[in-house]
Design a protein around this ligand. Structure first.
Ligand code: ADP
Length: 495
């Protein structure tokens, strides 16, 4: 049946040609290790002299050639050849070889019982290089302190290194397979995460973005995050890599530093204020004290009783001013040095108001200002009465100082939201709206002279604020320029 034979022969030819085009080399040896068949590829891969590709060629010729190409490592060709032949006899057929020319060849041998041996030779250089590069990269990724993770395009975590475990608190097997939303604990975090995610899916990179995420144990962490899309051959995003660093401690340290800087600036401002008060404001009353007392001592004999009384009155006023100033200064600096401890106890609010009104009675009378406590319920505060009186004295003093002659000042205490609220009203000059918000801040130009030219320090309100806050209360101010001001502060109630 010649037709059948022709067909079979044709098929063989086709098969042979196909084998020649395969990217793997094929050599077939008989049971005596003599060459029977080979394809073209093996000639290229082995780079062996063509003359050894002849039927019947012993495998030792190949091994000799391969030994010379560095197949079997360092050493003389003959000993290497002998060794390899021995290995073959013992049945060791498959090996990978690093060649002198830098290529890596893998030779796999298959034995057919009693029939011979087939060797498949592949150039695996690129594959091995890629594998070792991958291995190196994987080692770098896993050793990295940074958190590195991989995501699929649908947002599922696909890889997770030790840094990520450290940063977010999830072990790799807890995180891998989860959606990335696992890492955002609140809507705000999710929103920023979604924004970044959409950008990366569009093929853009997001670099060094500061973000907030949630640790496995629930606490918020600050991170800098870079995310990059990974592209497939067709340009589509096939995955996303994310690298993050923990910024929590750094941000906290920066916040701490900023706080310290503000505190230093505040202290520096206070120091300057103190020096200017001592240098200027305290000197003024002492100068007039010295001046009038000098006149009195030098000319007492020649002065009439009215003059003596006038000078004595002026001296008294200067001494009173200096004393008031000193009191404020001392109390304020004791407070700054932490030496003033609040000793809260229950006390009658109306009594404290009356005492402070009494203290300011002469000054009010001198300016023809009516002061009064409006009808208030019986209220017992739980606070340090000395400190509260200092606050009241200062606020009443200011109310008188900034009210024209003939005006009035009134105080009222009431219960408000479980607390006690005490307000000091005056019908004075008021405070410009622009200054109102800064009333309790430490400002260098905080002080203005009173309606009778009374001088101040600008420390009084600062002191009041600190004393009130020490009691757990708060102080506020309302004012209409030209119509008066209301200073109000709260205290904890004893009942
Ligand atoms: P001083 O009264 O010694 O200047 P304060 O801290 O007590 O310092 O007050 C700061 C400034 O606030 C005053 O100089 C004044 O400009 C303004 N001020 C305080 N109380 C009143 C008030 N009742 N009416 C108008 N201005 C006031």
């Amino acid at each position: 049946m010649p037709a059948v034979n022709t067909q079979a022969f044709g098929r063989l030819i086709t098969l042979e040609q196909s084998l020649d085009h395969l990217p793997i080399g094929i050599t077939v040896f008989d049971e005596y290790f003599q060459l029977i068949a080979w394809n073209k590829t093996v000639i290229d891969i082995l780079r062996a002299p063509p003359e050894i590709f002849q039927a019947g060629m012993p495998i030792s010729e190949f091994i000799r050639h391969l030994a010379a190409s560095g197949f079997y490592g360092e050493g003389g060709n003959e000993p290497l050849t002998t060794q390899r032949l021995q290995d073959l006899a013992e049945g060791e057929l498959t090996r990978e070889h690093a060649l002198n020319d830098g290529r890596i060849l893998e030779i796999q041998g298959f034995r057919h019982p009693n029939e011979g041996y087939i060797y498949i030779t592949q150039d695996v250089t690129a594959q091995r290089q890629a594998e070792s590069a991958n291995k190196e990269l994987a080692a770098i990724v896993s050793a990295s302190e940074a958190s590195i993770l991989g995501l699929s395009p649908d947002g599922i975590i696909t890889s997770w290194n030790a840094g990520a475990e450290q940063l977010y608190g999830y072990a790799a097997d807890e995180a891998i397979g989860q959606p990335f939303q696992l890492l955002s604990g609140n809507p705000l975090q999710s929103e920023s995460q979604e924004l970044i995610w959409r950008k990366v899916l569009r093929g853009e990179r997001v670099l060094q973005q500061v973000a907030q995420r949630t640790h496995r144990d629930g606490h918020t962490i600050s991170i800098t995050l870079s995310m990059s899309p990974m592209f497939g051959d067709d340009g589509a995003v096939i995955g996303v890599s994310g690298v993050a660093y923990d910024m929590t401690e750094r941000l906290l340290a920066e916040q701490d530093l900023a706080k310290q800087r503000d505190e230093l600036a505040r202290l520096d401002g206070q120091k300057n204020r103190l020096f200017s008060i001592i240098a200027h404001d305290l000197r003024t009353p002492f100068n007039s004290l010295l001046g009038f007392s000098e006149i009195l001592s030098d000319h007492a004999a020649t002065l009439g009783p009215e003059e003596v009384s006038e000078y004595a009155g002026m001296m008294h006023e200067s001494a009173r001013q200096a004393n008031g100033l000193l009191e404020t200064l001392l109390e304020w600096s004791r407070l700054q040095m932490g030496g003033l401890q609040s000793e809260p106890r229950p006390f009658d609010v109306a009594g404290a108001i009356d005492k402070a009104l009494d203290f300011n009675a002469t000054v009010a009378a001198n300016k023809d200002i009516t002061t009064e406590r409006l009808e208030s319920p019986l209220l017992t505060a739980f606070a340090d009465p000395r400190m509260v009186e200092t606050v009241l004295r200062n606020l009443i003093g200011n109310a008188i100082k900034f009210t024209e002659r003939g005006g009035d000042v009134s105080l009222q205490a009431s219960r408000r939201d479980g607390e006690i609220a005490i307000s000091v009203h005056d019908s004075g000059i008021g405070i410009p709206t622009a200054r109102l918000t800064k009333m309790f801040q430490f400002e260098t130009d905080a002080s203005t002279v009173g309606t009778d030219g009374e001088k101040g320090t600008g420390l009084g309100l600062q002191l009041c604020k600190e004393l009130v806050e020490l009691q757990g209360g708060a102080i506020t101010v309302e004012s209409t320029p030209g119509h008066g001001s209301i200073f109000c502060f709260t205290l904890p109630s004893a009942i």
